[in-house]
Write a protein that binds this ligand. Structure first.
Ligand SMILES: Cc1cc2nc3c(=O)[nH]c(=O)nc-3n(C[C@H](O)[C@H](O)[C@H](O)COP(=O)(O)OP(=O)(O)OC[C@H]3O[C@@H](n4cnc5c(N)ncnc54)[C@H](O)[C@@H]3O)c2cc1C
Length: 316
């Protein structure tokens, strides 16, 4: 499902369940402090400069990789850590299906240039190109991780000029993108705790990670589920926030560290090592049992195994 459609669905659901005024836009959190049994949170409207303060039982900082809440809890942490890879990405409107419309093309070398392309809905193809540009030990990226950084097609095309497939014109798809963004692939070190008194972290604010294997947002969804289960068990209390931390932090920390090991690109790595000059049939290089074992392991580490998830208690 396209992320935008999913967000719209959540928005409609929240408005229906807890009312139209439950969502307020243009409210940038700038500070918070604990006041007896509440937390006071200061917001600024970035367009008008208007300020206001809200009183809440708890504060959940879900404000992304550049989280202000995390910066206040960990003021000395500094900028996110760069992997040495730049991620180019875009979406292309199309009236033609890429293969069967359900396949994902993953090609290239994870240590150089790698392209991932697939449908996010019937008429939209999403592509991502990961380009290793610098010494991987260099930890500070040249650009801050901002979803809205623009990339230019003239800079990308020379990097992928050797990438060709005889059944799809990947260059045409990339050149037809509505917009191209460029993002340094960054993460942060894992934290010893997310919950501090009445404040906790969720999603990228808590555990930004390399998005290998489609991780990141999926972990944020598991966090949200864990938070609800913990509140259900302990109420919207300090114990509830601590139970959420105990439940989700160790599990997502494993995924942050596993993503640094390229775990989800294991298949490309194995195939490249065994057949550096290409192959006729994939089954000559790697067996379906091996493929299944690698995929299954990466889903298990991320907590995204269908059987594992289906054993969890229902939320509603
Ligand atoms: C190229 C790429 C591909 C990816 N692919 C996948 C994938 O296939 N699957 C997957 O699961 N994940 C993927 N991810 C990761 C995923 O995008 C993130 O993990 C996810 O967006 C994190 O969600 P979040 O809500 O925690 O943070 P964000 O999506 O960053 O949202 C944070 C929100 O907080 C707001 N905010 C920031 N500061 C403040 C403030 N001070 N006050 C108020 N609001 C604030 C921001 O405006 C934003 O709306 C990918 C990431 C990249 C870069």
């Amino acid at each position: 499902m396209h992320r935008g459609n999913f967000q719209q669905l959540l928005l409609r659901h929240i408005r229906h369940e807890i009312g139209e005024t439950s969502i307020r836009l243009s409210q940038k959190l700038v500070a918070f402090r604990s006041v007896s049994d509440h937390v006071e949170v200061d917001f600024v409207n970035p367009s008008t400069g208007d300020q206001n303060t809200e009183l809440a039982k708890v504060l959940v900082g879900a404000d992304g990789i550049n989280s202000t809440v995390r910066k206040i809890l960990y003021p000395d942490e500094g900028r996110p850590l760069w992997s040495g890879v730049t991620i180019w990405r875009g979406v292309t409107q199309t009236d033609k299906l890429l293969l069967d419309g359900r396949s994902l093309i993953v090609m290239g070398d994870p240590n150089d240039v790698q392209l991932v392309m697939g449908h996010v809905s019937k008429n939209v193809i999403n592509w991502t190109c990961l380009v290793r540009v610098e010494d991987p030990n260099m930890q500070i990226s040249p650009a801050a991780p901002d979803w809205n950084n623009l990339g230019h097609i003239e800079d990308l095309l020379p990097l992928i000029s050797n990438m060709k497939l005889n059944f799809v014109d990947i260059h045409h798809i990339i050149q037809s993108s509505m917009i191209i963004n460029k993002f340094p692939m960054t993460d942060r070190n894992t934290l010893p705790r997310w919950t501090h008194d009445r404040v906790t972290l969720l999603g990228d604010a808590a555990h930004p990670m390399y998005p290998y294997g489609g991780n990141g947002a999926s972990q944020a969804i598991l966090d949200a589920r864990g938070l609800i289960l913990s509140f259900r068990q302990h109420g919207v209390t300090l114990q509830g926030l601590q139970a959420y931390d105990d439940l989700r932090r160790p599990a997502s920390n494993i995924v942050v560290l596993a993503s640094r090991q390229y775990s989800c690109d294991e298949i490309l790595k194995v195939v490249h090592e065994r057949a550096p000059d290409g192959f006729e049939h994939l089954s000559d290089v790697i067996s379906s049992a091996e493929l299944e074992a690698i995929m299954s392991n990466s889903k298990r580490v991320a907590g995204l195994h269908a059987e594992q998830l289906n054993q969890e208690p229902p939320l509603f």
